[in-house]
Design a protein around this ligand. Structure first.
Ligand code: PGA
Length: 254
């Protein structure tokens, strides 16, 4: 089976009602790329309107609480995201691991909560520049995976892992293709040892300063099954060339 590439946009804390037109433009242009899965993870307040406006585009959240309900002021459960029209959510983004002090155990609980109720999850991992310079990039990411991967990927929802070096996010710097390849191969090995053959079909996305100018090269790296895109996902004109590069890339047999 050939695994379709997944290009997911992460809008972070950008987007209001006036941006629904841009989401519609992305959805309209996306329809020509039939061999790529495309998703936009928008601010929670836009999920319902976006999913109504563009029912054929997968709309996602950027975080989820691990509990089903309860006294958790300001938090949103997986069922609530689903009810609002989301099909997926990001968990464990480095900006949350850092600013909200999210631990691996918490990220694992969030991923499991999402998968349990039928939301796909994009689980983020990545090393800091200091750790890469110490030669500890791979061991850091493997330790994050060890602590934050769900015990098993649910059958009716999909798990993806996004490798996002913290030093590449929003900086315009990206690892070499050899560094990306080394990390994605290590992540694949970890997924296979954790999940057996099912680990083959978990998509591994690269994220961090993905742009129209570097996407095609990144997609030549083995085990890169797509991208998680921040800044370049905000405008159709920047995002669509990345989707086009994924559409032109070789699918991976899984
Ligand atoms: P960037 O962000 O593409 O703006 O570097 C990626 C991310 O944080 O997911």
């Amino acid at each position: 089976m050939a695994l379709r590439k997944l290009i997911a946009g992460n809008w972070k804390m950008h987007g209001q009602s006036s941006d629904l037109e841009e989401i519609a433009a992305i959805a309209a242009a996306s329809r020509q790329f039939e061999n790529v899965d495309i998703a936009l993870c928008v601010p929670a307040i836009l999920i319902e309107r976006a999913s109504r406006a563009v029912p054929d585009l997968a709309i996602g959240g950027q975080d989820v609480h691990h509990a089903e309900k309860g006294a958790h002021t300001g938090c949103i459960s997986a069922d609530m995201l689903l009810d609002a029209g989301a099909a997926l959510t990001i968990v464990g983004h480095s900006e949350r691991r850092d600013a909200q002090r999210e631990s691996d155990a918490e990220v694992k609980a969030k991923a499991e909560a999402a998968l349990r109720c039928g939301l796909s999850a994009i689980l983020c991992v990545g090393e800091s520049l200091a750790l890469r310079e110490q030669g500890a990039a791979v061991s850091t990411v493997l330790a994050q995976l060890d602590g934050s991967l769900p015990d098993r990927p649910a059958s009716d929802a999909e798990l993806a892992v996004a490798y996002e070096p913290v030093w590449a996010i929003g900086t315009g710097k990206i690892p070499t293709t050899a560094e990306i390849g080394e990390m994605h191969a290590a992540i694949r090995e970890c997924l296979l040892s954790r999940y057996g053959d099912q680990g083959q079909s978990v998509r591994i996305l690269y994220g961090g300063s993905v742009k129209a100018s570097n996407a095609a090269e990144i997609f030549t790296v083995p085990d890169v099954d797509g991208a998680l895109v921040g800044g370049a996902s905000l405008r159709a004109a920047d995002f669509l060339p990345i989707v086009a590069a994924a559409a032109a890339a070789q699918p991976r047999a899984a």
